[in-house]
Design a protein around this ligand. Sequence first.
Ligand code: SAM
Ligand code: SF4
Length: 473
Amino acid sequence: MAPPEALLLIDIDGKGRSCVLSGPNWLFWEEDVNQQKLLYLETFGCQMNVSDSEKITALMQGIGYGVTGEPKHADLILLNTCSIRAKAEQRVYGHLGRYKSLKAAKPGLLIGVGGCVAQQEGERLLAKLPFVNLVFGTHNLHLLQGMVLAAQKGKRCLETDFVDDEKRFDLFPGTATEGGVTRFVTVMQGCDNFCAYCIVPYVRGREISRSADKVLAEVERLSAAGVAEVTLLGQNVNSYGGRKPGEPDFADLLRQVAGVEGIKRLRFTTSHPKDISPELIECFATIPKLAPHIHLPAQSGSDRVLTLMNRGYTRGDYLAKVAALKAACPEIQVTGDMIVGFPGEDEEAFAQTLALMEEVGYADLFSFIYSARPGTKAADYADDTSRALKQERLERLQSAQKKTTLAKNRALEKSVQRVLVEGLGTSGDCLFGRTGGNRGTILNGDLSLSGRIVDVKIVEGLQTMLRGEICHV
Ligand code: SAM
Ligand code: SF4
């Protein structure tokens, strides 16, 4: 009888390694047969999803999964999705198509979809995509471990119920301590604003604030684990709490969090201009740990468009709040979001947006072409602006902003900035940190400086970051 061409020997070395005996060579598999199962997690969208993904990773580690950066090595692929614009949603389907092919070659592979697309599509996703094993909504992270264990036994699972009271935060996993010297801490979830274009209230549910005690306990836990900077996170942090007598509002919460020993720097995002109170603006003058940066999306510079968007403020209100912020904290850096091509935006309205940008002098601006989202009010608005014109407006806006950003970065040359060192930069041979104004900065120095705030002389202001030299530790 002819010998087999190759012989598979399992656990050849007693350490779980297998090999293939073929000709004169022993070809060891790289994979370990006793190896733990691996998770590949892909995150789309905003900081809320980045923060949820950290929690998903910790939850999956809790049921024995390790983490891989390679989908082909994974036993479980989870996508934490975004549906803010149609393109973001389409990307999710594109990636799922690729994982379907992986699953064809590795039938045991489990695939799960969570986040905003999962919330929006729910059962339709399971029906449309037979290779998907589980679908979990934005309020269902606490069920995820059970869902994955059930999927391992062959069950297809769906959980998309909203939890619309404070219980949500008792169910909600806390921020994982591992993951660097800066962390997000969720202080509220959901949104009640119903801006005419926005799907968030439909996929993230009603606005609920987390109790200050729980926020503080989490920040204390993170600080004890060596975290130096926290960013208080929510869709609209400015409307945090303050609904019952004696309950802290957002300015109170900031003061309390700033009091946590070991926390060196504090940030928050995202702010809605209509909810920024004089007390909150005052915090930039009175809380030294509060970084001089605010992300304050205007969305448009035209009063007519702002009304159509249901934003609840005028151009004048917005500019008055920016002026008050600059008066309270002259070095404050303002960043924002802008939508172009909203239904009803004509050339004059767009010119007002450009003028507002110049007047504010944004350090950076995220700008998007309007995308109609299912179920939102604006999806029913008549829209007679061509895609080509919207694209042209976006390009005009972005090229104006690029110039402002570069000029602002160059203006920092020779200045000394307080930079919180976050760790190694992407190239691996220098450090990366952020100024108080949230400018990414590369610098030379020892990795042991991670978590420290150092004085850095800026030697070069580039388009997307600064380059500096440490002048005082
Ligand atoms: N809560 C934040 C606020 O009130 O400004 C916004 C959060 S949203 C996740 C991030 C940004 O996406 C928005 O500021 C807006 O500029 C943009 N956005 C939301 N819906 C959009 C849509 N339908 N089309 C284009 N951009 C959109
Ligand atoms: Fe969306 Fe408006 Fe809520 Fe921001 S405030 S999440 S833009 S509905």
